[in-house]
Design a protein around this ligand. Structure first.
Ligand code: ATP
Length: 577
C-alpha cells in the first residue's frame, strides 16, 4: 500500500517537474556551499591565521562571504520553487479527488458521512503538501550532507572519525526503542483528540436538544473527560520525546567532546593541524544534523503518506455506475415500466427494499405512491433516477431499459422536487437555472410564475438577484419548495417527480403538489409521493406500497373500498395532515 502511495506521490511530483527541476538546481548550490565551509574555514585557520597571512585571511573571508550569500539566496529560491510546486500538485490532487467523488455511484455515499469526506479533503491534502514541499528539499539536502559529510570526515581524519562513530550505536538503540514508544503514544493521542472533537461536534450540532434538556453541564463534563484523557497521553508522549532528545544530545555531544579531546592530543603531538581539527568538528556537526534531519523527514514522510491512504485509494476508485455514456432517445414520450423489480440497498443487505414490483405508468399520467414509512416509496424514485440498478427485473423508459440509456441524458428528462429541497449558495435566479444554466431571464421568470414563486421573490429587496443562504435570505420550507418546483419545471422534463413534505405542515406548503401540478401546462408524466388527502384525491391512480410490494392500485375512492391498509392510511396519517 505504501509503495502504491509512494508511486502516486512520485507521479504527482513528476507532473510539476519544471518547478522541481529549477528548485533542485538551487538545492545543489546549497549543498555545494554547505560542504565547502568546513574546508575553507580550516584553510583560513591554517593558511591564514597560523601562517599569519592577512592577504589569505581576506581572500578566504571574501570567498566565505560570497558562499554565504549564494547559499542564502539559493535556499530562498529553493523553498519558493518546491513549495509552489507542492501547492500546485496538491491543488490538482484536490480537484481530481473531488471530481472523482462527484462521479461515484450514489451507493458509495450511503456508506460514508459527507462531513468526513469534506474534512478528509481539507485535512489530508496539506499533509502531502508538507511532504513534497520544502521538507522534501531539506530531506534531500540533509541526506547528502550526512553521506558526503561522512566521507569528508574520513578524509580529514580517519582515526577521529572512528572515535566519533562510537556514539552511533547507542544513539540508534535509544532512538529506535523510544521512537517506537513515541509513535504508539502519538497515534493514541491523535485518536483521543479526534474522539474529543467528535464529542464536541455532537454536542454543538445538537445544541437545541442539549439546551432543551438542560444538559450543558453534563455535555461540558463529557468533553472535559475526553480532553483529560488526551492530555494524559500527551504528557506521556512529551516525557518520552524529552528523554529521547536528552539522551541523544548526551551521546552526540559526548562523541564531539571526545573528538576535541583526542584531537587536541593529536595537535599537541603534531599529527593534526588546528585547521584540520576545526574542519573535522564542523563536518561532524554537519553529519549529525544531516542524519538527524534526514531520518526525521523520512519518518514524517511515512506518517504523512500513511495519513493520506484514503486520498490515493479514492483516486484509484472507479465508479460502479457511469454517469454518462449510452443510448439517447431522439424523443421522449414519458411511459415508465417496472417489471419484476427486486432491490436491496448494498448497505442494508438484510432488508429487501423492493420485492417484486410490476407497474406501468402511462405517458402523461399523474400517479401517487402511498405507504407506511419504509414501504419503499423513495426507493422507487431512486431506481427511476437510476441512482441504483435493480438486482432483478428492469426499469424502462418508453420501453428502453434504463441500463441502456445515457444516465446523464436520462436525468435531464426527469424533474425532481425532494422533500427538503437543497438550494445552493448563489442568487435565486442561479438556483432556478441550476441544471439549465443557459436559460434566459424570461424562462426563469416564467418558471417562477408557474411555480407560484414570482410573488415572494419579487418582494425581496434584490428580487431574483437575492442571495440565498448564510449571508442571504433565509427561506421558509414552502418557499424553498416553490423554488425547487421552478428549478424542476424550467427544464420542462418529460417526467416530474415530487416528494411531498411530511413535516412542513404550515398552510403555505399545504398547496405544494397543487402548485406543482398547476405548473405542468404541458402534461408530463408525474409521480408524487403523497402524504396528504388533498393530493391523493386529485391524481389518476394511487399505488399503495407495503414492505416493498404493491398491494393496491386504483382511484382513491376505489381503494377506500378494496384496500384495508389504504383505508387505514387515509384514516390515520393522510387525514391527520
Ligand atoms: P419514508 O416515507 O419514511 O421516506 P419510504 O416508503 O420512502 O419511507 P424507503 O426510503 O424507500 O421508504 O425505504 C425502504 C427500505 O429501504 C427501508 O427499510 C429503509 O430503511 C431502506 N433504505 C432506504 N434508503 C436506504 C439507503 N440509502 N441505504 C440503505 N437502506 C435504505
Amino acid at each position: 500500500m505504501v509503495r502504491q502511495q509512494l508511486r502516486a506521490t512520485v507521479a504527482l511530483v513528476l507532473e510539476q517537474r519544471r518547478h522541481y527541476a529549477i528548485g533542485t538546481v538551487f538545492v545543489l548550490i546549497g549543498i555545494a556551499a554547505g560542504l565547502s565551509y568546513p574546508l575553507l574555514v580550516g584553510r583560513l585557520i591554517d593558511d591564514g591565521v597560523t601562517a599569519g597571512s592577512v592577504e589569505r585571511i581576506n581572500q578566504l573571508g571574501m570567498i566565505l562571504l560570497g558562499l554565504l550569500v549564494a547559499e542564502g539566496a539559493s535556499n530562498a529560491l529553493r523553498d519558493y520553487y518546491y513549495n509552489v510546486a507542492a501547492e500546485r500538485a496538491t491543488a490538482r490532487l484536490r480537484r481530481k479527488v473531488f471530481d472523482r467523488l462527484l462521479r461515484l455511484e450514489i451507493a458509495f455515499f450511503d456508506g460514508e458521512k459527507t462531513g468526513e469526506l469534506t474534512s478528509r479533503l481539507s485535512s489530508d491534502v496539506p499533509a502531502i503538501a508538507r511532504v513534497i514541499g520544502d521538507e522534501l528539499a531539506d530531506g534531500v539536502r540533509f541526506l547528502v550532507f550526512g553521506l558526503a559529510g561522512t566521507a569528508l570526515l574520513f578524509y580529514t581524519s580517519f582515526y577521529l572519525t572512528l572515535l566519533v562513530m562510537l556514539a552511533v550505536p547507542p544513539i540508534i538503540i535509544v532512538s529506535s526503542v523510544l521512537g517506537k514508544r513515541v509513535k504508539v503514544l502519538s497515534s493514541q493521542m491523535q485518536q483521543a483528540f479526534s474522539e474529543s472533537g467528535a464529542a464536541a461536534e455532537e454536542s454543538l450540532a445538537g445544541i437545541r436538544t442539549v439546551r432543551a434538556f438542560s444538559q450543558e453541564a453534563a455535555e461540558g463534563h463529557r468533553y472535559g473527560g475526553k480532553i483529560a484523557a488526551a492530555l494524559a497521553l500527551a504528557r506521556r508522549k512529551i516525557l518520552t520525546t524529552s528523554a529521547l532528545s536528552g539522551l541523544s544530545f548526551t551521546f552526540a555531544e559526548g562523541a564531539a567532546l571526545l573528538a576535541l579531546w583526542s584531537g587536541g592530543y593529536l595537535i599537541a603531538r603534531g599529527q593534526l593541524t588546528s585547521g584540520q581539527l576545526i574542519t573535522f568538528v564542523l563536518y561532524a556537526f554537519l553529519v549529525s544534523r544531516g542524519f538527524r534531519n534526514a531520518t526525521a523527514f523520512y519518518a514524517d514522510a511515512l506518517r504523512g503518506l500513511g495519513a493520506t491512504q484514503w486520498i490515493f485509494a479514492m483516486l484509484e476508485r472507479e465508479p460502479a455506475m457511469p454517469i454518462e455514456g449510452g443510448h439517447r432517445l431522439p424523443q421522449v414520450v414519458g411511459a415508465v415500466d417496472l417489471e419484476g423489480v427486486r432491490f436491496t440497498y448494498p448497505t442494508r443487505p438484510d432488508t429487501r427494499a423492493l420485492d417484486g414490483i410490476d407497474l406501468s405508468i402511462r405517458a402523461g399520467e399523474v400517479v401517487a405512491f402511498v405507504g407506511r414509512s419504509g414501504a419503499g416509496k423513495s426507493t422507487m424514485l431512486n431506481l427511476l433516477l437510476r441512482f441504483y440498478d435493480p438486482d432483478e427485473g428492469r426499469v424502462a423508459l418508453d420501453g428502453h431499459d434504463l441500463r441502456e440509456l445515457d444516465p446523464s441524458w436520462l436525468r435531464q428528462q426527469i424533474g425532481v422536487v425532494l422533500q427538503e429541497p437543497v438550494l445552493f449558495s448563489g442568487s435565486v435566479a442561479d438556483n432556478i437555472r441550476y441544471g439549465r444554466p443557459e436559460a434566459n431571464d424570461a424562462d426563469v421568470l416564467a418558471a417562477a410564475e408557474l411555480a407560484a414563486a414570482r410573488g415572494f421573490i419579487e418582494r425581496f429587496p434584490d428580487g431574483f438577484e437575492t442571495a440565498i443562504g448564510d449571508r442571504g435570505v433565509q427561506l421558509s420550507g414552502g418557499q424553498r419548495q416553490r423554488l425547487a418546483i421552478a428549478r424542476a419545471v424550467l427544464r420542462r422534463p418529460a417526467i416530474l417527480i415530487l416528494d411531498e413534505a411530511t413535516s412542513a405542515l404550515d398552510s403555505e406548503s399545504e398547496s405544494f403538489v397543487h402548485d406543482a401540478l398547476r405548473a405542468l401546462d404541458y402534461g408530463p408524466t408525474t409521480i408524487v409521493i403523497a402524504h396528504r388527502l388533498s393530493t391523493v384525491v386529485n391524481v389518476n391512480r394511487v399505488i399503495v406500497l407495503d414492505h416493498g410490494r404493491i398491494i393496491g392500485i386504483g382511484r382513491h375512492d376505489e381503494l377506500l373500498q378494496s384496500c384495508p391498509l389504504y383505508r387505514q392510511l387515509v384514516e390515520t396519517q393522510l387525514v391527520a395532515v
